[in-house]
Design a protein around this ligand. Structure first.
Ligand code: SAM
Ligand code: SF4
Length: 436
């Protein structure tokens, strides 16, 4: 969502004549747009700010912090970070050209006027702004913004405000433009993407309509909440040839008491039942998840329930996070962050080890088969190798000498080897393992 928001910001600034450079030495303005979900994102911004201090001592420079971080840390950033000139929250990007122009003029006059726009809106969806997209095979499209779920650990409802959905006509028009520009894949975005609702349109209808757009070969969506999976949505995923057979289904915990404290609105049993419904419709749907470990008051026995449920469901992959207390959230106000750091770390390690074993087993089951891959480009490790994703979002790597391909092509790739994170069209030397 932050990448997508940066594309919106680029578009809004370009319209007003701002020009972009990747070289920060040449920049008059440096903007940081980042997430505030966990402590490490927060720390990264502070370390970048420390770097910029040296540049700002030597020459005029306007520094701006955008998005969730600006929203969440407005007092802290304005009072304790004299370096920051402009703050613009996720609903205030339209004001950014004016804020930056005024900050540049203020510096020219030797003044230190701050620009601050952090009001949240109940209506802003940037429906009329065409994002200035990065090249590639995938185009992000936000279909809704904000979140009304108030999971107790999560800062999103405070940084991004109330849920609001875009008009489906605008979304479908955008998907048609994306197809005309040559993108092969669309990823529909929203904090709680499957609670999308606009008049009589729900998310299943929208997903199907986007997948029907000619030229769009793959449609993905993220992040859904387990509470919003009506049969029509599951059938759209299982049945539509252009909807990817992958569902990211954040579980968070396997303990009912912890799920209750998290305000997740489902139980371990309901979550498991949803997984069974998905798998009974189509056994090849790839399931991935998010898990938080070390949430307030989580006991060893409750952690063991999460471990057992992860082991039982056998997700294809999982993002496993240490609980990180976030300012303003219900958990920060009501529950002490009382699990010691080494205990949190040990629990995360146990889950990561379990998941790595399961991911490796899943991936090994592809050896000897041929998978259909949407080519993304050169692999990170070598220009003589290419990479792409299966329909289930599994990364595949092959030697260019074996298969010649261009980004955007669909190629069949025979799988000869697998790590926990990647399928390979060649056998790797013994002992070479890529971790995820
Ligand atoms: N909307 C999605 C859902 O309902 O699950 C999740 C979106 S959230 C941006 C991505 C993931 O970050 C969450 O699923 C959760 O596992 C993790 N997360 C959010 N807040 C966190 C916190 N305070 N500490 C650790 N992990 C957190
Ligand atoms: Fe945060 Fe997702 Fe819960 Fe919304 S549904 S509060 S984004 S974790």
């Amino acid at each position: 969502m932050n990448e997508y928001d940066s594309e919106l910001v680029r578009s809004l600034l370009k319209r007003e004549g701002f020009v972009f450079t990747e070289d920060r030495e040449r920049a008059d303005v440096i903007l940081m747009n980042t997430c505030a979900i966990r402590e490490n994102a927060h720390n990264k911004v502070y370390s970048h700010l420390a770097d910029l201090k040296a540049i700002k001592k030597q020459r005029p420079l306007v520094v701006g912090v955008l998005g969730c971080m600006a929203q969440n840390l407005k007092e802290e950033l304005t009072e304790h970070q004299p370096l920051v000139d402009v703050l613009a929250g996720p609903d205030a990007y339209r004001q950014l050209p004016m804020l930056l122009t005024s900050a540049i003029q203020s510096q020219e006059q030797g003044l230190d006027r701050k620009g601050l726009a952090v009001d949240l809106s109940e209506y802003e969806t940037y429906d009329d702004v065409v994002p200035e997209r990065n090249d590639g095979v995938n185009a992000w499209v936000a279909v809704m913004r904000g979140c009304d779920n108030f999971c107790s650990f999560c800062v999103v409802p405070y940084t991004r405000g109330r849920e609001r959905s875009r008009d489906p006509d605008g979304i479908i028009r955008e998907a048609q433009q994306i197809a005309a520009q040559g993108f092969k894949q669309v990823t529909l975005l929203g904090q709680n993407v499957n609670s999308y609702r606009h008049g009589s349109w729900d998310f299943a209808r929208l997903l199907t309509a986007v997948a029907d757009v000619s030229g769009i070969e793959r449609v993905r969506f993220t992040s859904p909440h387990p509470k919003d999976f009506p049969t029509a949505l599951l059938e759209a995923v299982a049945g539509h040839p252009h909807v990817c057979k992958h569902i990211h289904l954040p579980m968070q915990s396997g303990s009912d008491r912890i799920l209750g404290l998290m305000n997740r609105s489902y139980t371990n049993r309901e979550y498991r039942a949803l997984v069974n419904r998905i798998r009974s419709l189509r056994s090849d749907i790839v399931l991935t998840t998010d898990i938080i470990s070390g949430f307030c008051s989580e006991t060893d026995a409750e952690f063991a329930e999460t471990y057992r449920l992860t082991e039982e469901i056998r997700f294809h992959n999982a993002f496993i996070f240490k609980y990180s207390e976030r300012k303003h959230t219900i958990a920060a106000r009501k529950f002490p962050d009382d699990i010691a750091e080494p205990v949190k770390a040990e629990r995360v390690t146990k889950l990561v080890d379990l998941q790595r074993r399961i991911s490796h087993e899943h991936n090994r089951s592809y050896i000897g088969t041929t998978v259909a891959v949407l080519v993304e480009g050169s692999s990170k490790r070598s220009d003589s190798q290419s990479t792409g994703k299966t329909d289930g979002n599994i990364t595949v790597v092959w030697d260019n000498s074996l298969i010649q391909s261009q980004p955007g092509d669909f190629v069949p790739v025979p799988i000869l080897d697998a790590s926990a994170s990647t399928l390979f069209a060649h056998r790797r030397p013994q002992g070479q393992e890529i971790l995820f």
